[in-house]
Every structure is written in structure tokens, then in C-alpha cells.
Design a binder for this molecule. Structure first.
Ligand SMILES: Cc1cc2nc3c(=O)[nH]c(=O)nc-3n(C[C@H](O)[C@H](O)[C@H](O)COP(=O)(O)OP(=O)(O)OC[C@H]3O[C@@H](n4cnc5c(N)ncnc54)[C@H](O)[C@@H]3O)c2cc1C
Length: 432
């Protein structure tokens, strides 16, 4: 391919599609390269889609996007081995259009998004891996692909190649991702009749519910589980930090199998036919692990930039927003006839800093180190909270004051009063 493009986008996931669509719509000549056989074939997500980010790119996406259920209920469970303590938030406000969050199936959704990108005028080539960036000194001038004669040139290259960006590492833009900054997640999709899902989760029509989980299901590792309702299937998964998996010597598959046996989870998924099993990394290093995301002739978007808010389980919306903002930066510079120099592209980072993407990551910047240094949060506290609830709810002739004393004793036996207060303070500071 001899022609030169205004922009090359590497990757056709959430961030790459957002970037390619926005630039193509503005009339730029865009080439998008994807190593998978089709967009979505390599992508994994729970998956909750957050409307706001997509609405800012394709306002009428609801007309034809493959959406599963709009979410009206969010459950949060803290589990021990036998029980869970939880909250449910359900609102009729979420049952009125325009809906705020949906479940989706990524393979279908990415194909739809990619179709929009191509309709906007971008050229997509699949089954093509970008093997390295072409440089002229410190400036990126194109990409080398695994196809014969595979050098392609562009004024700017947008790296939307996901969590393990080998290209950025190879070019020296950022170091290899560390196990303490990345979670490994596995998920399955279980099919079952629509009526079964609706009666088990107390929803009807296109409405859905999701359960986010933490506690002993992760065996003391820093991580969470989830169970989401699709139209005719459920998605169940669990993810923990890679550094913890290394220490714990349990495979992600074993962890998910054990989670599925939990007495509160098993009846919800019983009878389903498992049709899909996938595993993927999630960049959860947070604000302090965000690498350099711009330079002469290049920009980084999405997971490659560590843009995942693990606390709120948001990733695809940060990916789409960073993709859109990178594209808008490129469009503005081109319109002003300014070069894609590091200095000029710095506005992309500035805009992200002022958006929810980096504001949210900054807010939780210390949380990861608090959790890393304190396994009590994933093992001891979930157990103690569940035991406390059990003690208070069980009616056995023991007076409530004695029960409270017993609960206090169970806490201080496992963690000193100073330790308890210290943990509460650290947690409060990290969420502040
Ligand atoms: C189990 C799990 C559950 C999740 N749940 C949610 C959720 O419910 N909600 C949410 O918002 N987020 C969720 N996320 C996070 C979300 O999936 C990601 O943040 C989002 O997909 C990132 O988009 P991206 O475009 O940056 O990367 P990706 O979607 O990973 O896309 C990267 C693309 O680049 C391609 N590629 C990589 N290298 C090359 C190369 N060298 N040449 C050509 N192509 C290349 C890949 O094949 C891939 O298609 C979840 C993640 C996981 C793993």
C-alpha cells in the first residue's frame, strides 16, 4: 500500500473505533488495522455499556446498536463462603428512555461499531498485525504490518491496541506492564430462556439487573466478580490482580468454578448452557500507572493508556472518550494546519485531565496501594461482616447487647482496635 493516510488507528476495539469514527466523520483519510479476523473477535468485556460516552460519538446509537438489556437494578454483594451481605439499588428512573446503561455482547457490538466506522469513510483491514512503528528520529511516521511490503505511512498513528501494548513498549514509549498493575479476568456466557432470567432476577421486557461482587470469592486476592443479565443469557466472571494469582497458585478457571458453586450464585445460573469462555487482562494500575500518552506523531488511547476505573468497573466508556478526544485533537490541529508535534499534541492530555477520565482515576489513585498492602479487605472483613449479620439476625434467646459484644470481640480478635481504625482511615482517605 503506497498511499499515505492522515491517520492510522491500530486496533478496532472501543477506543480505536471511537477514534477512527470521529476522524473519518470529519473527513480525514483514516486507515484502521485490526489483527483479529473481525472487530470484536479478540475483545472481552463484561459487558456493561455506558450510554453517555457513545452518545457523544453516535447520538442515535440506540436506533440500531445490538443492545441486550437496559439496567434498572444494581446489586453489590460482599460474600463469605456461605452467605452475602448486600445492597440493591433499583430505580424506575432507570426504566425510562433514554436508558443510561445497557448490557451488550462485545462480539456483536464491536461489529456494529465497526460498520459505523466504515460507513463514516474509514478503511478497515482485519487479520493484519502491526509489528512495529516506523520512526524518523523520534517521530512516528507510520507502521510496519505483518503483510508483505507492509509499511504504511500516516501523519499520525493512534495506538488503540489494548491493555498489553507491545507496540508502545517496543518503541520505548512506556515500560512493560507490571503484574501489580493488571488484573486477569475470566468470564463465561450461559444461555437460558428469557423467562427464566426474568423470574430469577425480577425483571421484565428489556430491563435487566447486574450483580457486582467482592469478598471471599477471590480467596484473599485483590479482585471482584460479576453476574450480568443479557436477553437470553447471563455473563458471569471474576478477575484478580495478576501479581496475586502468581502468589496464590490458583488458576482463574478454578476460581470461577468455585465462585459458581457459591450457594447464593449457583441457583441463579443453574440450568444454563455455557457457550463462551474468554480470558483477558484489564489495566487496573490507576492514575499513578498512566504512561506517557502522546509524542511526535503518536497518541495512545483506551486500555493501552491504563484508562480503566476499576472501582466503578468502567473501561469501555473511558476507552471511547479517550478515542474521541484524541481524534478531536487531531482534527483541530489539522484544521489549524499545525504539525502533530509532541508540543501540539499535549492538549490531548490536558483535555483528558479535565475530563471524568483522568479526574476519576486521580480520585482513586491511592486505593490500589491500600488494597495491595492489606489482604484483610478481601478475606477477613467480608467474613466478619457476614458473621455479624448472621449473629444479629439469628433469633436464639441471646440478648442483643451480648450479641453486639460477641461481634465486637470477633472483630478485635482478628484485627486489633488500632488496626481496625487504621484500615477504616486508610479506606476513607483513598475514597475521599
Ligand atoms: C472480563 C472483562 C470485563 C469487563 N467489563 C467491562 C464492563 O462491564 N464495562 C466496561 O465499560 N468495561 C469493561 N471492561 C473493560 C473494557 O473491556 C476495556 O476497557 C475496553 O475494551 C478497552 O477498549 P480498547 O479499544 O482500549 O481495547 P480492546 O477492546 O482490547 O481493543 C484493542 C484491539 O486492538 C487489537 N490489536 C492489538 N494489538 C494489535 C496490533 N499489533 N495490530 C493490530 N491490532 C491490534 C486487538 O485485537 C483488539 O481488537 C472489561 C474487561 C474485561 C477483560
Amino acid at each position: 500500500m503506497k498511499e499515505k493516510f492522515d491517520a492510522i488507528v491500530v486496533g478496532a476495539g472501543a477506543s480505536g473505533n471511537a477514534a477512527a469514527y470521529t476522524m473519518a466523520r470529519a473527513g480525514l483519510k483514516v486507515l484502521q488495522l485490526e489483527r483479529g479476523e473481525s472487530p470484536g473477535s479478540k475483545n472481552v468485556q463484561g459487558a456493561i455499556l455506558y450510554s453517555d460516552a457513545l452518545e457523544k460519538i453516535i447520538p442515535d446509537f440506540r436506533d440500531d446498536a445490538p443492545l441486550e438489556r437496559h439496567l434498572i437494578e444494581q446489586r453489590m454483594w460482599v460474600l463469605d463462603d456461605e452467605s452475602f451481605v448486600g445492597t440493591h439499588y433499583r430505580s424506575d428512573e432507570f426504566n425510562k428512555p433514554p436508558y443510561n446503561r445497557y448490557t451488550i455482547i462485545r462480539a456483536q457490538f464491536d461489529k456494529w461499531f465497526s460498520q459505523k466506522v466504515q460507513e463514516a469513510g474509514a478503511l478497515l483491514i482485519c487479520e493484519t498485525t502491526v509489528s512495529e512503528l516506523l520512526m524518523d528520529g523520534s517521530r512516528v511516521i507510520g507502521v510496519q504490518t505483518d503483510r508483505e511490503g507492509g509499511a504504511i505511512y500516516a501523519d499520525i498513528v493512534v495506538l488503540a491496541d489494548g491493555v498489553n501494548s507491545l507496540l508502545a513498549t517496543k518503541a520505548g514509549f512506556h515500560p512493560e506492564i507490571e503484574p501489580k498493575n493488571v488484573a486477569l479476568a475470566v468470564k463465561e456466557i450461559h444461555f437460558m430462556p428469557q423467562e427464566t432470567i426474568e423470574s430469577r432476577f425480577n425483571v421484565s421486557g428489556d430491563a435487566g439487573a447486574v450483580i457486582e461482587m467482592a469478598g471471599k470469592i477471590t480467596k484473599g486476592m485483590m479482585g471482584t466478580g460479576f453476574l450480568y443479565t443479557n436477553k437470553e443469557s447471563l455473563t458471569i466472571g471474576v478477575g484478580c490482580m495478576l501479581s496475586d494469582f502468581k502468589k496464590q497458585k490458583i488458576t482463574p478457571y478454578q476460581l470461577l468454578e468455585q465462585m459458581k458453586q457459591h450457594p447464593s450464585i449457583k441457583p441463579l445460573i443453574e440450568g444454563g448452557e455455557m457457550k463462551e469462555y474468554t480470558a483477558h487482562l484489564i489495566p487496573e494500575g490507576g492514575y499513578n500507572a498512566v504512561p506517557k500518552i502522546y509524542g511526535d506523531g503518536w497518541l495512545i488511547v483506551g486500555d493501552s493508556g491504563m484508562f480503566v476505573n476499576a472501582v466503578h468497573r468502567e473501561g469501555s466508556n473511558l476507552a471511547m472518550t479517550s478515542g474521541r478526544m484524541a481524534a478531536e485533537t487531531v482534527i483541530a490541529l489539522k484544521a489549524a494546519d499545525k504539525p502533530f508535534s509532541e508540543k501540539n499534541l499535549a492538549v490531548y492530555r490536558k483535555n483528558l485531565d479535565e475530563s471524568f477520565v483522568l479526574k476519576d482515576l486521580k480520585k482513586y489513585r491511592n486505593l490500589s496501594s491500600v488494597f495491595h498492602s492489606n489482604p484483610y479487605f478481601f478475606n477477613t472483613y467480608p467474613e466478619l461482616v457476614n458473621q455479624a449479620m448472621h449473629e444479629m439476625i439469628k433469633v436464639d434467646g441471646v440478648d442483643k447487647k451480648t450479641k453486639e459484644k460477641k461481634i465486637r470481640g470477633s472483630f478485635t480478635r482478628r484485627r486489633s482496635l488500632v488496626g481496625l481504625m487504621g484500615d477504616a482511615y486508610k479506606l476513607w482517605r483513598a475514597f475521599e
